[in-house]
Design a protein around this ligand. Structure first.
Ligand code: ATP
Length: 384
């Protein structure tokens, strides 16, 4: 097993902006690290530089105590699981799993023993004589993992391994991978664009955007203390609402109403005119279900709900709002960090399924303003 240490890693293809731009990241021995970000953010390129499938333009890559910049992939002792499994169709499950051991010219009895152990671990024992074509998607995925773990590599690297599976199977495999990784305790780096996978699988998550590392932390840290607008909008589902707001004495004027600020928030926004207030959908509640004591700790606002979606365990309500046009225009100019769909003119609110709010209702919502974040609209930095 091994730690992976990346220092100022850059990957430049041609003349454009770097695919990976000055990334420094430590993956500890035995840690499960997720690399996450939207398409094109550089996560696969970074993974490929760890494995050695891509040259490093500058910076230093260490695995255990060795600088591996110039070391060939097969000498790094890493195992990689790809998105498309890359199984050999003409070989049985047994031979697919055995493949890395055959390459390493291991004796037959050792091959047999290790394939057997791996198959048991992955519940593939009864399928060992089948060919990949006769397996389900989940079983194929397990064979691909079997081939990765049979070799006892120093680290596992996964490149979107579940993206070809349907939603239900993806959920199952996610749990299996998490369980397997904990059991084997092997350093793991896992690339995904799926924030649910990122939040549920990793010990820590590294969020990338346009080649730049935005934040590294536990799922809880990213959720509760996002360092900027991008991370705040990327982590959490449905994503955080960003409301334009003007700063007044001790409170914020938002299109949904007035939010009082505690001293810490007031100090953080001192001297500013406009900010973006971030509130997660789940930090709204149906005010009729909230105790008096709780009402006093947040803001109660009147809102018109135009659409509702009942999901069984939750009720999503959509609340259109109008930001003053001059403020909205100013923010559009300022907010380089916001994708256009995040500059919404509606708030998404996730309520308790017991709420009786219906589409068309004029209602009262309670907002947990203590958990609201305030962002600098120009830089995207979280000020709170
Ligand atoms: P996806 O989720 O779509 O795979 P990603 O986050 O993994 O995206 P990368 O595949 O690492 O992103 O690509 C990062 C950037 O580098 C992209 O802008 C991509 O177009 C560019 N890129 C990747 N490979 C090459 C290459 N071989 N030559 C030139 N540019 C490349």
């Amino acid at each position: 097993m091994a730690a992976i240490t990346m220092k100022n890693i850059v990957k430049q293809y041609g003349d454009g902006f770097p695919a990976v731009n000055d990334v420094s990241l430590d993956v500890q021995d035995g840690e499960f690290m997720i690399l996450v970000g939207p398409s094109g953010c550089g996560k696969s390129t970074l993974l490929r530089m760890i494995v050695g499938l891509e040259d490093i333009t500058s910076g230093e890559m260490r695995i255990a105590d060795r600088v591996v910049n110039k070391i060939a992939p097969r000498e790094r002792n890493l195992s990689m699981v790809f998105q498309n499994y890359a199984l050999y169709p003409h070989l049985t499950v047994y031979e697919n799993i055995a493949f890395p051991l055959r390459l390493a010219k291991k004796p037959d009895d050792e091959v047999a023993r290790r394939v057997k152990e791996t198959a048991e671990l992955l519940e593939l024992t009864e399928h060992l004589e089948r060919k990949p074509a006769n397996l389900s998607g989940g079983q194929r995925q397990r064979v691909a993992m079997g081939r990765a773990i049979v070799r006892q590599a120093d680290a596992f690297l996964f490149d979107e391994p579940l993206s070809n599976l349907d939603a239900k199977l993806r959920g199952q495999m996610r749990t299996e991978i998490a369980r397997l990784q904990k059991r084997l305790g092997v350093t793991t780096v896992y690339v995904t664009h799926d924030q649910t996978e990122a939040m549920t699988l990793g010990d820590r998550v590294a969020v990338l955007r346009r080649g730049v590392l935005q934040q590294v932390g536990s799922p809880r840290e990213l959720y509760e203390e996002p360092s900027n607008l991008f991370v705040a909008g990327f982590i959490g589902s449905p994503s955080m609402n960003f409301l334009p707001a003007t700063v007044a004495d001790g409170h914020l004027e938002t299109p949904l109403g007035r939010f009082e600020m505690d001293e810490r928030k007031a100090a953080a926004v001192a001297g500013r005119d406009v900010v973006l207030v971030g509130i997660r959908p789940e930090h709204f509640e149906d005010a009729s279900l909230v105790s008096d004591e709780k009402r006093a700790r947040g803001a109660v606002v009147r809102a018109r709900v135009d659409v509702t979606e009942w999901l069984g365990n939750e009720l999503y309500a959509y609340v259109p709002y109008e930001a003053p046009e001059d403020l909205a225009a100013q923010l559009r100019d300022l907010s380089r960090e916001l994708d256009s769909d995040q500059l919404r003119t509606q708030a998404v609110v996730a309520l308790d399924a017991a709420s009786m709010i219906n589409a068309g209702d004029e209602t009262e919502l309670w907002i947990d303003t203590g958990r609201a974040h305030v962002f600098d609209p120009a830089t995207g930095e979280n000020l709170t």
